[in-house]
Design a protein around this ligand. Structure first.
Ligand SMILES: Nc1ncnc2c1ncn2[C@@H]1O[C@H](COP(=O)(O)OP(=O)(O)OP(=O)(O)O)[C@@H](O)[C@H]1O
Length: 348
């Protein structure tokens, strides 16, 4: 990452307290939705955040924008800690960030026209006086590939793709520097998904936005994102430049996610068998590596020690990954870059 760091998240954890049992006995437990996650995003960079449902992606995205609580950690936006900001400082930092949501209809108020929906964001953030507001709304509509004829329409009169473009226009209205897009195309038709992804790629580059793109669709992440972070049970287990991670995944969990993508190649039209079993409960995290109960390569060490997150720009939290490797007598091997995932897995 050569561009300056825009977002620097350090050791972020989010725990949700659980209700006590009826008897009120025993210690109060909590659900570990996000555990000790660090992530950097540069201006103009798009980072894909992937993982199974419930792995903590949305909780992470909401916490860094202060749309949800966080338990511990720092969220530095241009060096200023959003996690601890209050009052006017927090309001100012919030104006630098925006979220694009999954449900294009649900994220818009059905009673408001397009003019009102975008105008209210401009008003709340003091971006334009009433006089210049309409002109700015038209500019924003054009930016997202729509035109002024939609100004007085309501969400019910628009297609899903148009609503999502309005959602993006609302996000851009505050001129943010960082956007978190949470499954923002998942509810759209496949043909429209591509258009919205192209739009995000173009806007990200043109406006030099930092972007975290939360998604289940790895093929889409591969197309859009410069880097990818893979989350499992609240932790990042692998992170690196997108092509490196796709071509040579270092964590068995990432490998299973990649192998589950259907290929265009007719011989591989069907994805390989999905990962067996369910993730363990985030209330009772397993000892050692949280992935070990499902990992085909797990060894006895994996049941006891949390693997270090190692490997430089492409890193993974697995004792079998480069830098975290163990040889037969349990000693760490020097870091090497495997040629292919198959070679790596087989030699581990
Ligand atoms: N407000 C809350 N209170 C209690 N638990 C919560 C709350 N929000 C999320 N969780 C739990 O936190 C964990 C992480 O959820 P989260 O929605 O962040 O995962 P996700 O990876 O975004 O999933 P998905 O891809 O399905 O959106 C889950 O176990 C979820 O049930």
């Amino acid at each position: 990452m050569s561009a300056p760091v825009l977002l620097d998240v350090r050791n972020l954890s989010v725990k949700f307290p659980m209700a006590r049992s009826r008897m009120g006995l025993g210690p109060r437990r909590s659900l570990n939705a996000v555990s000790d996650v660090s992530m950097r995003v540069a201006a103009g960079e798009t980072v894909g955040l992937v993982g199974e449902s419930g792995s903590g992606k949305s909780t992470f995205g909401r916490a860094i924008l202060r749309l949800g609580e966080l338990t511990r950690g720092e969220v530095l936006l241009d060096g200023q800690d959003m996690a601890r900001a209050r009052g006017e400082d927090l309001a100012r930092l919030r104006r630098e960030t925006a979220m694009i949501f999954q449900d294009p209809y649900g994220s818009l108020n059905p009673r408001l026209t397009v003019r009102q929906a975008i105008g209210e964001v401009l008003h709340v953030h003091g971006k334009k006086g009433a006089a210049g507001r309409d002109a700015r709304i038209v500019e924003l509509l054009e930016l997202v590939g729509l035109d002024a004829t939609l100004m007085d329409r309501r969400p019910g009169d628009l297609s899903g793709g148009q609503c999502q473009r309005i959602g993006i226009a609302r996000a851009l209205a505050i001129e943010p520097r960082l956007i978190v897009a949470d499954e923002c195309v998942a509810a759209l038709d496949v043909s429209i998904q591509g258009q919205i992804i192209n739009l995000l790629m173009e806007l990200g580059q043109r406006m030099h936005l930092g972007m975290i793109f939360i998604a289940h669709d790895l093929a889409m992440v591969r197309r859009l994102c410069d880097r990818i972070a893979v989350m499992y049970l609240g932790r990042i287990v692998e992170e690196g430049p997108t092509e490196q991670v796709f071509k040579a995944p270092r964590h068995p969990y990432t490998r299973s996610l990649i192998e589950a993508i259907p290929e265009i190649d007719p011989a591989r039209m069907l994805p390989s068998a999905p990962l067996p079993g369910e993730p363990p409960s985030p209330v009772n995290l397993p000892e050692g590596c949280a992935f070990h109960p499902r990992c085909p390569l797990a060894r006895s060490e994996c049941r006891t020690a949390v693997p270090p997150f190692v490997g430089g720009a492409h890193r993974a939290a697995c004792i079998l990954a480069p830098g975290g490797r163990l040889n037969e007598v349990g000693e760490n091997l020097p870091e090497t870059t495997p040629a292919t995932p198959t070679e790596r897995i087989e030699t581990c």
